[in-house]
Design a protein around this ligand. Structure first.
Ligand code: ADP
Length: 187
């Protein structure tokens, strides 16, 4: 299964992603994790990405596209994957579509994890990551609203979007996700 997972920062994508990759035996591709690893290793990509990440801004599309294009062709992605944190802009989504058309590997579903903004803010403020300072959180929420939310319409039009209520215990939410994915497989 090839899945795109979309949701605002703090929605709980990471927690659900771990459960999904266990259940469905697919590879977890988190661009946030990839960029943090690159930053730690002080690669060229990592150094460039750092200034944007520290400000809560999105890294430019060309950087992230280079990272992802390379990753999607690796062996562990051939049995399916969960894209977490990518695409995040319409430009990224269109570029992904082009790559997948070329590889003849269309997406199966785009899952949106929905959580209201006031809830997100209090969750993120309690998390303590370096980019979880209040003004950086605010900027990340703005980036989500302005740059990522338009993807919901983009994928909605393609008939790929399934929205999941992200309020509840991790178990509740995982059940909603698996129910939605099971329903898809039966179609
Ligand atoms: P969040 O908790 O905000 O969803 P992530 O771990 O997914 O965090 O990403 C952390 C940061 O890495 C983002 O704020 C952004 O700067 C950068 N980043 C991750 N994925 C992308 C992407 N697809 N496009 C641009 N920037 C990205």
């Amino acid at each position: 299964m090839r899945i795109v997972f979309i949701g605002p920062p703090g929605a709980g994508k990471g927690t659900q992603a771990e459960r999904m990759i266990d259940r469905f035996g697919i590879t977890h591709l988190s661009t946030g994790d990839m960029l943090r690893a690159a930053r730690q290793a002080k690669t060229e990509v990592g150094c460039k990405a750092d200034e944007y990440m520290s400000a809560g801004q999105l890294v430019p599309d060309d950087i992230i596209l280079a990272v992802i294009a390379d990753r999607l062709t690796q062996d562990d992605c051939q049995g399916g994957y969960l894209l977490d944190g990518f695409p995040r802009t319409l430009g990224q989504a269109e570029a992904l579509d082009r790559m997948l058309v070329q590889q003849q590997t269309p997406l199966d579903v785009v899952l949106e994890l929905q959580v209201a903004e006031d809830e997100l803010f209090s969750r993120l403020a309690g998390r303590g990551r370096a980019d979880d300072k209040p003004e950086v959180i605010r900027q990340r929420l703005v980036a989500y609203r302005q740059q990522t939310q338009p993807l919901l319409e983009f994928y909605g039009k393609q008939g790929l979007l399934v929205s999941i209520d992200g309020l509840g215990t991790p178990e509740d939410i995982f059940e909603r996700i698996t129910a939605a994915l099971d329903a898809l497989e039966q179609d």
